[in-house]
Write a protein that binds this ligand. Sequence first.
Ligand code: ATP
Ligand code: MG
Length: 389
Amino acid sequence: MDKVISVSFGEVALKGQNRYFFENKLVRNIKNIAKGMGQTKVYKEQSKIYIEVEEEYEEELIKRLRRVFGIVNISPSYRIEKNIDDIKESSLKILEEIRSRRDIKTFKVAANRADKRFQPNSVELAKEVGAYILNNSEGLTVDVHNPDIYVYIDIRSNCYIYTDKIKAFGGLPVGTNGKGLLLLSGGIDSPVAGFMIAKRGVQISAVHYHSYPFTSERAEEKVKTLAEILTNYCGKIKLYSVNLLNIQKEINEKCPEDEMTIISRRFMMRIAEKIAMKEEIDALITGESLGQVASQTIKGIHVTNSSVSLPVLRPLIGMDKVEITEISKEIGTFETSILPFEDCCTVFLPKHPVTRPKLEDIEESEKVLDVKKLVEDAIDKMEVYEMRP
Ligand code: ATP
Ligand code: MG
């Protein structure tokens, strides 16, 4: 019996012709997270992926696999010979080993054949193995509806036996669905937005706007930490850090006070788009959620959106704060997001921001600004960080 970790992927397996592309990408992503963990071997066997890993790294590897998009379930498994006697004996042995650590009274055998040439068929196989376990153990009964433990038998090129299915996030392997540039603030929402789009297979880069020295270095560190947490799911992230202070000062001086937020938001979008074009990124991503704050009304979003032509993905648009917060806790960004450092938007916060801005009015107000130059200057001075898991 060799120990391996088996990985199943739901949606990926359904992708028709593209299947190999998705599967191979997933294998590559798994190899990447397994780097530095001793001798590992990753291989495919009929639409499942298996990983041989040294025992001491097993736990850490499973922890990392849970954050790899595309994976639905992870099972610590035993690989054995594909013959009925071995299957019976190994199933019993595995079950007894678990019983020595845990109280188990009922079980059920569930069999599956990817190799249909194997005889007996899965129903018969489950019955035979179940009967063998019953006859050779004490104090165990079968419960087909709600057993304490399942013994899964999976017939492929080899036979695999496992008893546990650890849930992962599903989705699609990062890198199979283009690139997106996340507008990453220090708040709760935008890291969640990045997570959700990465889960659809998109490779993420991020841009953050600060107003240094009005905003502190610690605020900047906080955003780096958020990006770093995201790398656990998204792989490496290029983080662009842009000082918006000059632009904010210009707007503050020359535009109506109540339009401050919406106009700075349009600059954020323009700068992001410019970076995206340069880096061959095809979409922007924000953490906007409808109605959450003044700039996130439908009219506000229309005006912000009109400053760019790239698609803007807003995965949180229909979610409320409670749902978003739950995800941020689950993915581990919440504790960092709530650290109380100032955001660039709070530096020139208008007392009464416009909630129903008109595009013509905003465009009129912006005429006094040298938009192109302001954008270029900000990009010239930006800093770039490579964040890694
Ligand atoms: P978040 O929790 O993500 O900060 P929010 O509820 O505070 O969102 P806003 O401040 O209106 O909402 O920001 C809306 C979106 O605009 C953010 O989700 C983010 O994508 C982008 N954004 C806001 N501020 C910044 C910033 N300083 N740097 C980069 N992007 C930003
Ligand atoms: Mg914010």
